[in-house]
Design a protein around this ligand. Sequence first.
Ligand SMILES: Cc1cc2nc3c(=O)[nH]c(=O)nc-3n(C[C@H](O)[C@H](O)[C@H](O)COP(=O)(O)O)c2cc1C
Length: 174
Amino acid sequence: MDFLELAKNRYSERFFDRRPVEPEKLDRILEAGRVVPTACNYQPQKFFLIRGEEAMAKLKTVTRFHYNAPLIILVCYDLREVWTNPGDRYYQNYNSGEQDASIAATTMMYEAEELGVHTIWIRGFDSKTVSDVFGLPDYMIPVMMLGLGYPNDRARANGWHYKRKPIEEFVFEL
Ligand SMILES: Cc1cc2nc3c(=O)[nH]c(=O)nc-3n(C[C@H](O)[C@H](O)[C@H](O)COP(=O)(O)O)c2cc1C
């Protein structure tokens, strides 16, 4: 599919059925997250798979936005591997981790879409709680969770998906 068409077709899935994501598809999705550009090529992105019963039970204590997706990828960055720019006067103590991890997450999201796997971007959680519940070390910073799976028969895009500002509100000449 043409990429722009793919990008327009993607919507946040909030109605998953129980079908698991096939291992071959998951491999491709993770591979898409591996090969992304990162600042200075430091590659600090880390992907934690949440799919077993025990992990899912923990997940449900840290966010209500899981929508029963059969698979969640918790995307983090390793603070020890980020590019930093202490001289940036706008962002204090800037590091590239959130951008690097978000590029990886976005690329995985569109690879999933290409494979017919629906996704939901989840940020409705407290990072410290996630870190504590999953026992992450303090240098592993949670950025987002990507819920993945197949739609059930109630699946549809909600109203927000169709509500986009016109291009003039995004693009400016300098
Ligand atoms: C940074 C970010 C955080 C988000 N967090 C959540 C979330 O916690 N729960 C949720 O249901 N949707 C979440 N979303 C999905 C947005 O609500 C959704 O992308 C937006 O409303 C546009 O709809 P669409 O994705 O269907 O086109 C998040 C999206 C982004 C990019």
